[in-house]
Design a protein around this ligand. Structure first.
Ligand SMILES: Nc1ncnc2c1ncn2[C@@H]1O[C@H](COP(=O)(O)OP(=O)(O)OP(=O)(O)O)[C@@H](O)[C@H]1O
Length: 227
């Protein structure tokens, strides 16, 4: 695998996003997953989310990413109370301000690498040609130059996660929710994922990274622990 060491050219940094969780709780089928959770994150940075297996890390990331809702308490994201049904505002936040990196990559397997990136980039406020170039550059940045037309199912796991990273590089979300994104990867790919998340955080994103690994937690700026 060859990767370009230079940092990718990117558009303007995203405006910082804030999360204010006050006494939030989540119940699934009557079973409490977590409760009494309060925290404020109001600066860009790399935040580790840790806790034992089953403590609800994925569930919390899904709530912060608006894929799920909390069962109680108050959750304010980017100044919006997302505990209340405001479908249009939730949709805007989700489209423009939030990005994901999943353990199982979360790509459409029958599409090409470029199509997967393009679908996330469709709300980027830039001309079509500029976005097309940004998609190519992002693939180069993650060591996949020339692979834009490769179907996802023909790529290795590490290559698929690098396509998912390229998607974030192009979209530049203010909030990135990464759910154990390195757990299925070899050391080289895992390092690339962490380095890129670090760069995105340094460039203005709030990155929340669920992980079990002490070495990953040590690279983060702060730790959010679930009991
Ligand atoms: N859709 C669902 N239906 C029923 N239970 C669920 C559902 N989603 C999650 N759970 C339960 O919620 C709890 C928390 O799950 P979650 O995946 O959020 O934990 P986690 O901390 O991410 O775990 P791990 O570290 O093992 O990935 C688990 O007991 C799980 O079984």
């Amino acid at each position: 695998m060859t990767t370009t060491r230079s940092r990718p050219r990117r558009g303007p940094a995203p405006a910082a996003i804030s999360i204010d969780a006050h006494d939030i709780r989540k119940t699934i089928d009557g079973r409490p997953i977590w409760s009494g959770l309060s925290f404020t994150l109001d600066h860009p940075g790399l935040i580790a989310l840790s806790g034992p297996s089953g403590s609800g890390k994925t569930t919390l990331l899904n709530c912060l990413g608006l894929l799920d809702t909390v069962s109680g308490g108050e959750l304010i994201i980017d100044g919006n109370d997302v505990t209340k049904p405001q479908e249009e505002r939730r949709r805007q936040l989700y489209r423009h301000r939030i990005g994901f990196l999943f353990q199982n990559y979360g790509l459409v397997e029958t599409w090409t690498a470029d199509q997967n990136i393009a679908v996330a980039a469709r709300f980027v406020a830039a001309g079509k040609e500029r976005v097309r170039l940004a998609r190519r550059e992002a693939l180069e940045r993650v060591g996949l130059a020339g692979r834009h037309d490769a179907k996802i199912h023909t790529l290795s796991g590490g290559e698929q996660q690098r396509v998912a990273l390229a998607r974030l590089i192009v979209k530049r979300p203010a909030l990135i929710l990464a759910d154990e994104p390195t757990s299925a990867l070899d050391t080289t790919n895992a390092a690339l994922v962490l380095d890129t998340l670090r760069e995105l955080a340094d460039d203005g994103a709030l990155v929340i990274l669920a992980t079990h690994h002490r070495s990953v937690i040590e690279r983060c700026d702060a730790l959010l622990s679930l009991p």
